[in-house]
Every structure is written in C-alpha cells, then in structure tokens.
Design a protein around this ligand. Sequence first.
Ligand code: PRP
Length: 212
Amino acid sequence: MINLNPLRIALTKGRLEKSTIELFEKLGYNCDEVHNKGRRLILSIGGGKFEVVLAKAADVITYVEHGVCDLGVVGKDTILENGTAFYELLDLGFGRCRFALACKKGYDFYHGYGTKTIATKYPKVTRNFFENKNMDVRVIKIEGSVELAPLVGLSDGIVDIVETGSTLKANNLEIIEYVTDISARLIANTASLKLRKAEIEELVGKMEAEVK
Ligand code: PRP
C-alpha cells in the first residue's frame, strides 16, 4: 500500500540542518522551501515527498520517539545523552567532533584521591565515562560555555564537545582524554520503520551511497 503522506523528518536546527539539506539536494530533492523558510518550522522538500520539521537536538529525539516524526537527524552526542527508544539507521558522516575530558593547562587531573568535580552539558555521558573507570566524580550540569567552569573554580574539569579545539585553546584548557567520536545520525521511529519500510529503505539506500 502506498502512503501518500510525506515522510516526516525532524531535523536539528543549525549546522546539521545545513549539511542534511545539502545531502538531500545531492540526492536530487528540491529544497527551495528550506532556503526560503523565514521563521517557518515545517517545510516541504522533494516536491512534497518529505516534510522537514526544524527542532532543537534533544527535541528531535522526542518527536521521533513519540512517532510524530518518522525520521530524525541528530548528533550522536544527543543520542548518548537522551536517546533510548528508536532505531539508529545511518552514520551520516558530517557533524564530526569528539567528546573530551579537559582541564586547565598543566593541572594533574588524575593526581590525588579526592573526588573530582566535572562540569558538563552531558551528565549521563560523563557518568558513564567515569563509571567505566571505576572513578567516583561529582557532576555539575551546566547549560553552555562549559569551559568557564574550571576557569572560575567551579570544577576540576569538563566533559564537552571539541570540534576544532579553538575554544579550549583560547581559554587555556587542554584535553586529558578523548571520550568518544561524534557525528550526525539518521534515526527512525520503530513503528514507522515497519509501516513505511519501503520508503525509508529507499531513502537510506540513497543516503548510504552518497555518504560512503
Ligand atoms: C560547542 C562546545 C564547545 C565548542 C567546541 O559549544 O560546547 O564550547 O562548541 O568547538 P571548538 O572545539 O571548535 O572550539 P557551542 O558552540 O555549541 O556553544 P555552547 O557551549 O554555548 O553550547
């Protein structure tokens, strides 16, 4: 049975949005509506074949998990921190960066037995990282510009995203250890994967061939 409703894709606003739209255009789908979106949040692409919903990263997962979007494009960082009930279909290869543990330059992070304090936007990722080391840490949740925390004495270190490394460098911080690699992923609602299998497989096949 052919479903005439467009496949609905939740897209992380910003950098991942730009790369995803470039990918859709490479696959031959018209994305003019996205380029001329103004303040609109729901946009048609590929002549109505797809509908794109623009959302913040963590909300992309919420929309997909609740089944109001069939697919989503979101960073592995958000998946590791927030994700549970969906399928991860494809590594899209863009949005590459890494999670790293960093601290003030010259600070001997692993020295001594006292419990260390870590500031981060990603408490779950941070806890998992230190649990794997059997190391007890105190985690403080920060909403942004995490690099500030060790500079003002709130924490011994940070776990944060590092892309070029320039934010760390500009703030006299250095990487102690990499935690894990990050890139954009295509995710799918579990029911959509069954109900709209053919359409999703067609898109994934095309994307896979392009991002290889
Ligand atoms: C991210 C991250 C780092 C910075 C890393 O922050 O939290 O601060 O980018 O990039 P770099 O290694 O290329 O310098 P973002 O720009 O998302 O802002 P935020 O910290 O306010 O969330």
